[in-house]
Design a protein around this ligand. Structure first.
Ligand code: PEP
Ligand code: MN
Length: 645
């Protein structure tokens, strides 16, 4: 049962409730949510719920109806998110774990780790104890393999995951492993589950070859009931009558499990299909279905892999998979997890100049333009969602205020939109970047812009007579609005602000067009989701920081520069020549009027960094002599996606 405690419950009352339940044979777990604290009581204890409800400090008791208790959404409503070293699993990040089927040698696993880390994987896999169908097949390197795996993970800053096949191996594995994997063949090895549960380390539990979803969740329950907290479920395909593929990926299990359980779910498209050509499409399908990430097999030379070669990706395929996931991520409203970048120290750790405010320790504050619920806020929550200290969005009325707040040290970061895939650049922000030379770009993110028609809780499509939203929101929903010619459509100064206004009016004949999230923020109702004419609508945002607090982005692959040219033939050509000769790929070039100098122009250029910093530094030097006022607006890791690749 779930025992919801009163908001003002005292520690003493809480302990008394816990003792009351323990005395009656329950195991008690506390779940502290944002809104309320709950105690989960499971086990064979017997008690009348009304008796529990009478205990001081108890608000209500909710029975858990499912046979799996601790694993169920009834026990915990919010998604479970936990950290394995620098990697957050669950929540708004998509994680990609990769590596060979088995550790074959020190050189092989080091090479694999290099492939995984350089393409954007965040955790390294590799079996040391292999459960093989044939006793004559390669059985793994055992402890030697664990040692190499750990060394490779450490070298590239990646946690490691490997399979345990027998309880006694816990002893030897403990020192080497970050996440224990329970293979499909061992999903119902209850003795192993009990031992690993008691170990208290993160566990990835693969679905058994012929296990039902309920059996799978019951296996997770074993781990949780014996003490484990951080469990990842992994759908890796089940046995069906189909023989073309190794297994059949049960894609529908993903939304089902995500509904039934709070635990993160990964997909293993390698073991699901057994064929490398199927791994990318099936993996992407898993992400589209709501998985929290993938675990895949990759090897520098798959045909020579000691096991599972036919399903193992070539390095180029793995790299493509990562790029494709990045493209897909805005659609599922996730950000692809990366190993931590050394980009920015929290402002609180830095010295500040006299006259500038010092930020206290605490959540990272991020300034955005617009009302609460704005697309910019959604973008920053995606980008900073897993900041260890948490994130605190701060709303400002104008873009300039965002720059001011960053410059004055009132916030750690700012976020501004730079470009929309349908409407082009947001010039005002490019101009502001020029006007605020002490503010620099350190990151980029992009989100899909999906519009919804939002009404008051008692409204329906039929009650609507008037619609308000910001101009671009209205324009982007033209087809939908044209289908309702009797509605009066009026521009409003701010998209999310139009929902705030709707809340204020409480008028069921009024509707606003905004991000569906905004309806939740203001307690309004989504009347129709996805009303934009073109669903391939993305906005790219820049993450801003004050220059003296930016550290240099370790994995930057893009730079934005701005310059003006002398007024003579071939001036721009000379600049392009510099980039061409240094093998630097120009991704975007745009001209903007020079403020205060009619009919003179600046150029904004996005340049791809080749990985050879020296080439870029030399190009900047050469450009400096060809241009006026050359400035580097920032270097950052590109958010790859539709808009740019
Ligand atoms: C593995 O991940 O190497 C493995 C053996 O997977 P499964 O248990 O899903 O077959
Ligand atoms: Mn394998």
């Amino acid at each position: 049962m779930v025992v919801v405690l009163e908001k003002g419950v005292t520690p003493r009352e809480k302990e008394a409730v816990r003792a009351f339940l323990t005395d009656r044979g329950f195991q008690v777990r506390e779940v502290a949510g944002e809104e309320e604290t709950i105690l989960g009581a499971v086990g064979s204890g017997q008690v009348d719920h009304r008796e529990v409800e009478m205990q001081p400090g108890v608000a209500r008791v909710v029975p858990i109806t499912k046979p799996y208790k601790l694993a169920s959404r009834e026990f915990k409503k919010a998604d479970s998110v936990f950290s394995v070293g620098p990697v957050k699993i669950g929540g708004n990040r998509l994680v990609v774990i990769a590596g060979p089927c088995a550790v074959e040698s020190r050189e092989q696993i080091l090479e694999c780790a290099d492939i995984v880390a350089s393409s954007g994987g965040v955790m390294l896999r590799g079996g040391a104890f292999k459960p093989r169908t044939s006793p004559y097949s390669f059985q793994g390197l055992g402890e030697e393999g664990l040692r190499y795996l750990k060394e490779a993970g450490e070298r590239y800053g990646m946690p490691v995951i490997t399979e345990i096949v027998a309880s006694h191996q816990v002893e030897v594995m403990r020192d080497y492993v970050d996440v224990f994997q329970i293979g499909a063949r061992n999903m119902q090895n209850f003795e192993l589950l009990k031992v690993l549960g008691a170990e208290g380390r993160p566990v990835m539990l693969k679905r058994g070859l012929s296990a039902t979803i309920e059996e799978w969740l019951m296996a997770a329950e074993y781990l949780l009931a014996h003490g484990a907290e951080d469990i990842i479920l992994c759908e890796r395909g089940i046995r069906t009558f189909e023989t073309y593929t190794r297994n059949s990926l049960d894609i529908s299990s993903i939304p089902v499990v995500k509904k039934l359980s709070h635990l993160p779910v990964l997909v293993d498209p390698s073991h699901a299909t057994g064929l490398r050509d199927q791994v990318i499409p099936v993996g992407l399908a898993g992400i589209a279905a709501g998985a929290d990430g993938l675990i895949v097999e990759v090897h520098p030379d798959p045909p020579r892999a000691a096991s599972d070669g036919p399903q193992t990706l070539y390095p180029e395929q793995f790299e493509k998979l990562l790029r494709d996931i990045e493209v897909l991520s805005p659609v599922v409203e996730r950000e692809v997890a990366r190993l931590p970048r050394k980009s920015v120290k929290p402002a609180a750790e830095q010295g500040t100049e006299p006259g500038r405010k010092t930020l206290d320790q605490g959540p990272r504050t991020v300034a955005f333009q617009g009302s609460k619920g704005a697309f910019s806020e959604a973008a920053l929550l995606r980008y900073f969602g897993d900041a260890p200290q948490g994130v605190e969005p701060r709303s400002f009325p104008h873009f300039r205020d965002v720059f001011e707040a960053v410059l004055s040290g009132e916030v750690h970061f700012g976020i501004v939109p730079l470009e929309n895939s349908l409407m082009g650049s947001i010039h005002q922000n490019y101009d502001l970047l020029l006007q605020y030379p002490d503010v620099t770009i350190v990151g980029e993110t992009q989100i899909r812009i999906e519009h919804s028609l939002i009404g008051t809780p008692d409204a329906s499509i039929e009650t609507i007579k008037k619609v308000i939203s910001q101009g671009p929101g209205i324009e982007q929903c033209r087809d939908f609005l044209d289908a309702h010619p009797h509605w009066t459509v009026t521009p409003f100064f701010d998209t999310a602000g139009s929902v705030a206004y709707l809340q204020e009016c409480g008028d069921p004949s009024l509707a606003a067009i905004a991000n569906a999230r905004t309806a939740d923020v203001y307690g309004m109702k989504v009347l129709r989701q996805g009303i934009e004419s073109n669903p391939r609508n993305y906005t790219r945002f820049a993450i801003l920081v004050r220059e003296d607090q930016a550290e240099g982005v370790a994995d930057a692959n893009m730079a934005t520069v701005v310059f003006s040219t002398p007024d003579k033939p071939g001036a721009l050509y000379q600049c392009m020549k510099v980039l061409a000769e240094r093998q630097l790929n120009l991704k975007k070039l745009e001209s903007r009027p020079l403020l205060g100098q009619p009919w003179r122009y600046m150029f904004y250029a996005d340049v791809e960094l080749s990985g050879d910093q020296e080439q870029f530094d030399l190009a900047m030097k050469e450009l400096d002599s060809e241009t006026h006022d050359l400035r580097l607006l920032g270097t950052f890791r590109e958010a790859r996606g539709y808009a740019r690749s």
